[in-house]
Design a protein around this ligand. Sequence first.
Ligand SMILES: [Zn+2]
Length: 92
Amino acid sequence: MNMSRPQRKTSPPTGRTAYRTLEGWALGVLIEQHAVTECDHHGHRRDRSDADAWTRAREEAWRNPFPGSTPEACIAALEDVMQSIGDTCPDC
Ligand SMILES: [Zn+2]
C-alpha cells in the first residue's frame, strides 16, 4: 500500500469552459450534448425533446460533475434547467 500519496479532493480543470454556477454548467452540458439548442434568430434556448441527448447529458453529468457538487446535485440541476426551457422559441 502506498501511503505517501495523499488523495486529492479537487481535480484540475478539464478543458471545458469554467462555469461559475451549477445552473450555468448544467445548461452548458445540455447544449454540449444537444439536448438543448439555441434559436438561430433570437438566441432563446429550446428543449429538443431528444431522449438520447438527455440520457447523454445525464451520463456526462454523472461522470464529470460540476466541481464541488455531487453527481446527484448535478443531475437535479440538469432537471431544473430543463424544466425552465420550453420546446419552442417565444419569438419565432
Ligand atoms: Zn427564435
